[in-house]
Design a protein around this ligand. Structure first.
Ligand code: HEM
Length: 347
């Protein structure tokens, strides 16, 4: 009996509550709803807050963000219009492609001119036939980890910049959408391999890339590229040191700006992410250009250079021509027999 009366009291309570809500809703709905257009000008003193009353240009020009009011606690959802997004859109859709094209193809043109003007830099004494160890297996692993992940990042990243105009017309929108989706996943995940390679490279080679006095002479003498001199260098010459510091700096900046985009809103707001995207994309173009120069010197531009990273060893005459101070240091450390420093006949 008491259970029945309790249930009756609950049912009655619920009915009363529903009644209150039902009578309140139309009243609040009337308050929120705009007055009917035909009567608004005559019977209501309210200003119509639509495009007739508000000049859009003034609105967008005067405020960096247009926010509404919402009841859910997520404040980010309040942003209705963010005019700075148009500026970013202009950068991404209009400015970025020509800038990136000029930077990348400018470098390709420079390298082509260098090749035509100077040809391949030969081992002037010819090959000695004797080899000396230049890079350990672990050093080569770290280098190739960074290099292969860089190439994957560059290709999948450049698809974001150029794919819409270069690839979509060729393969159609459906295939392009699938390719881009996978390319984006690959870009995100391969970034971790790139960062791992970068950390290894930085840790292994930082000390040997600190500038020395002889680097200034090397630079003054054009690194042996200009004129017939072969300026001496340690294990890394000034040109390689510049590439090293660029890779470490630009790699770190690419990683930071990239992770700000992969993990949105953890550290920055939308404006911060726009800056990160601009930094990331411009840096990427410069990075590709610099690495193209690095690849050129390591392959086409200089005889005997690729072997260092390919097999780990170099021809002895190559080492003496390009890194004489390093050979001397290796002899001093007892890593090479003393007579190897004397002239080595070509075979
Ligand atoms: C190191 C870690 C890196 C991370 C975490 C990373 C992450 C990202 C992210 C999240 C985007 C935006 C993708 C989107 O719009 O949906 C992006 C774009 C891009 N990334 Fe990376 N990236 C990294 C390294 C690199 C490197 C080394 C390159 C080298 C060339 C590169 C080239 C690009 C390019 C060209 C874009 C497209 C820019 C655009 O047009 O908007 N990224 N990256």
């Amino acid at each position: 009996m008491s259970a029945l009366s309790t249930r009756l009291r609950h049912a009655l309570g619920t009915l009363v509550l529903l009644g209150i809500i039902a009578s309140a809703v139309p009243a609040s709905a009337q308050q929120a709803a705009p007055p009917p257009p035909a009567q608004s000008s005559q019977s209501s003193p309210l200003i119509d807050p639509d495009a007739l009353a508000v000049n859009e240009q003034t609105l967008l020009g005067d405020f960096s963000r247009v926010e509404g009011s919402i009841l859910i606690p997520n404040t980010r959802e309040r942003v209705l219009i963010q005019p700075a997004g148009r500026l970013w859109d202009y950068f991404h859709e209009v400015l970025l492609r020509p800038i990136a094209l000029i930077v990348i193809f400018g470098m390709v043109a420079l390298l082509a001119i260098a090749y035509l003007a100077m040809g391949r830099l030969r081992i002037s004494a010819g090959r000695s036939g004797k080899r000396m160890q230049r890079f350990s297996a672990f050093e080569r692993f770290s280098h190739w980890l960074t290099a292969t992940s860089f190439i994957v990042l560059a290709l999948t990243g450049l698809n974001i910049t150029f794919g819409k105009v270069a690839l979509r017309p060729l393969i159609g929108p459906d295939a392009f959408s699938t390719v881009s989706q996978y390319a984006k996943y690959i870009h995100n995940y391969v970034s971790f391999a790139f960062v791992a390679g970068l950390v290894l490279i930085a840790a292994m080679w930082m000390k040997q890339n600190i500038p020395r006095k002889m680097d200034i002479t090397w630079l003054k003498e054009g690194g042996g590229l200009i004129g017939s001199k072969h300026p001496t260098a340690g294990r890394f010459n000034a040109g390689q040191k510049m590439i090293f510091w660029f890779v470490v700096g630009a790699g770190a900046a690419a990683a930071i700006s990239g992770y700000l985009l992969i993990f949105p809103f953890y550290v920055t707001n939308i404006a911060g992410m726009q800056v990160a995207q601009v930094v990331h994309s411009l840096l990427a173009a410069a990075f590709v250009a610099v690495i193209l120069a690095h690849i050129y010197i390591g392959t086409l531009g200089m005889e005997g250079a690729f072997e260092a990273m390919g097999t780990g060893s170099v021809d002895f005459n190559w080492a003496k021509q390009h890194h004489r101070a390093w050979v001397e240091e290796e002899v001093a450390k007892g890593h090479l027999p003393q007579p190897t420093l004397s002239a080595t006949p070509a075979e």
